[in-house]
Design a protein around this ligand. Structure first.
Ligand SMILES: Nc1ncnc2c1ncn2[C@@H]1O[C@H](COP(=O)(O)OP(=O)(O)OP(=O)(O)O)[C@@H](O)[C@H]1O
Ligand SMILES: [Mg+2]
Length: 535
């Protein structure tokens, strides 16, 4: 048994609804299918006694706000004629063509009144009838199909797939049970029971019995002379007592139990016949019987059937982890496999082992709507891509604005550090550029090259060159910062200090030359001076 639930992979998520219309209750399972994975989301069961079929289905879809992409419904096996044929070739197209001729003789109605569908059980090699293909062919009267479609139309439901009810359990079984053994699946309902024998993983035989829980209840009614409701209650509360009891208070229960067994008798006889007929025809023993449906809840029915049929009997179950996510499913574990089987049919590929009576004039036309939906989906996807692109662009733009602000503030900081006297900064970039230009000019004026940094030594050299040889001046201290030069020295006269000042003023790089100090030395022989130059 597999724990996960895989269907057929498509990119888009699809909502698939299984709609199981029984004579006792209507069951609905809603699942979400995406990339081959199915998640069960909702489950509803409503008794048919509470209104018309359309009202009940409409009520469920409204209550659950169900807007499905695919609805799968089913038609009862007793309304469908099923045939297993051997066709002497393997080409699928050829097989489909000959089927109407093959079945024409075996059905009591004109073929034009019927809808035919089929699936291949095994492909032959085409070397004569013995090596032909095995095909399961199913026919339904157009009138029956139309009634089914019309009644669902009244509930605003348009099923994409209309499956044979007897195959529903088969889809559930093959999803989780992987055995090569030949097994029988039995859905025991209220008015009917569906048998499907699975051989080599294919539904090798299907049959519907017009017997189920209702028959048991009516036997109790008839035998105990009580009403339907009371008989139903006794059936459910008592079930089948397997061993003889001794207590007097158990007498009533013993009676109910033996009446239930009596009610089951004709059903068991038919079931035995079908199983034996299959085993004899295919020379294949059926190793196990899996049961599901409302009447499989009958207390001890598994053990009772096991004894009567001399067969291992087990409830067909859906993995717990799948059901845990499904609200309202408590106690409905035996009801749900049929409905889930319909969901799984909706997720299958075209050529799966299943039927779909929506063919010919009853072909499901919602494809157009679906492709419109697909176009809308693509448009929505494009809008999302554009939106994401815009957001990306916007965030990059924002990022750049932030980076620009950062660079601007860095420039401002560098500018203030380089030119500390500046107070009015309007455009740091522009101001920095012009300041650099000015510095460049100064460098050029001082003889600095493109690649030369203007150093103090260069300035000192320039000053030295400007001082005439005959001028008696000694410079014994030179100090330079970003905007000023301070020269300290001595000369033989005040005139020569003045001449030096004049010579320095001739250097274009210097904005202003001031003699800040000029005084005689203590021995009165020299004139000490200090000159401040603004750059
Ligand atoms: N606990 C129980 N014990 C015995 N029988 C039960 C129990 N619960 C439900 N049933 C019987 O199960 C039957 C309903 O089963 P289910 O819901 O599978 O039928 P349905 O699908 O509506 O009908 P159908 O498929 O036959 O048209 C009723 O006969 C009901 O009495
Ligand atoms: Mg049913």
């Amino acid at each position: 048994m597999r724990g996960d639930f895989h269907g057929i992979g498509v990119f888009m998520a699809r909502k698939i609804v299984g709609l199981d219309i029984g004579s006792h209750s209507i069951k609905v399972v809603v699942a979400r299918e995406r990339l081959g994975r199915i998640d069960l989301q909702q489950f509803y069961e409503r008794p048919v006694s509470n209104g018309s079929l359309q009202e009940i289905i409409r009520g469920i879809f409204q209550e659950g706000k169900i807007h499905p992409d695919i609805v799968v419904s089913s038609v009862p096996g007793n309304r469908v004629s099923v045939h297993y044929l051997k066709i002497p070739f393997s080409d699928e197209a050829k097989i489909v063509k000959v089927i109407p001729y093959e079945v024409e003789g075996v059905i009591p109605f004109p073929l034009e009144d019927m809808v035919i569908d089929q699936f291949i059980l095994s492909k032959g090699n085409g070397a004569g009838p013995e090596h032909g293909s095995s095909v399961c062919v199913a026919l339904i009267k157009k009138e029956t199909l139309k009634d089914h479609i019309d009644s669902l139309k009244g509930a605003y439901i348009d099923p994409k797939v209309i499956e044979l009810e007897s195959l529903a359990l088969y889809h559930t079984y093959t999803e989780w049970y992987k055995t090569e053994d030949t097994v029988a699946l039995l859905d025991i309902g209220a008015s009917r029971s569906n048998l499907c024998i699975v051989s080599k993983g294919k539904p090798g035989y299907v049959r519907t019995f017009n017997r189920g829980g209702n028959g048991i209840t009516s036997t109790i009614q008839d035998n105990l002379g009580i009403g339907f409701e009371e008989a139903e209650e006794k059936k459910i509360s008592t079930g089948i007592i397997l061993y003889e009891t001794t207590g007097v208070e158990e007498d009533d229960k013993e009676t109910v139990s033996s009446v239930i067994k009596k009610g089951l008798d004709p059903f068991i006889t038919e079931l035995k016949q079908s199983l034996h007929a299959y085993e004899i025809q295919y020379n294949e023993p059926v190793s196990k019987l899996y049961i599901a449906g409302g009447s499989s809840r009958l207390i001890n029915i598994d053990k009772f059937l096991g004894n009567e049929l001399d067969l291992e009997v087990e409830h067909l179950s859906v993995p717990n982890e799948m059901l845990q996510k499904l609200p309202g499913v408590e106690g409905a574990g035996t009801l749900i496999p049929t409905c889930i089987g319909l969901v799984l049919r909706g997720a299958q590929k075209k050529h799966a082992s299943g039927l779909n009576f929506r063919k010919g004039e009853y072909f499901y036309r919602k494809e157009v709507k679906e492709s419109t939906g697909r176009i809308l989906y693509i448009i929505a996807a494009i809008i999302v891509v554009i939106l994401l692109g815009s957001i990306d662009f916007y965030s990059r733009y924002q990022d750049r604005v932030a980076r620009h602000q950062q660079i601007k503030s860095d420039i401002r900081k560098a500018y203030i550090e380089t030119f500390p006297g500046t107070t009015n900064i309007v455009s740091e970039n522009q101001q920095l550029k012009s300041a650099v230009e000015e510095l460049k000019k100064k460098v050029t004026a001082l003889g600095g090259g493109k690649n030369r940094a203007m150093g103090a030594l260069d300035l000192l050299n320039t000053i030295n060159e400007k001082i005439p040889k005959e001028l008696q001046v000694n410079i014994n201290d030179f100090f330079m910062d970003k905007s000023k030069i301070r020269l300290q020295g001595n000369s033989d006269s005040f005139e020569n200090v003045e001449r030096l000042k004049k010579e320095l003023e001739g250097i274009t790089l210097f904005k202003k030359v001031d003699v800040s100090e000029a005084k005689l030395s203590a021995d009165q022989k020299l004139v000490k001076f200090r000159i401040i130059i603004d750059l």
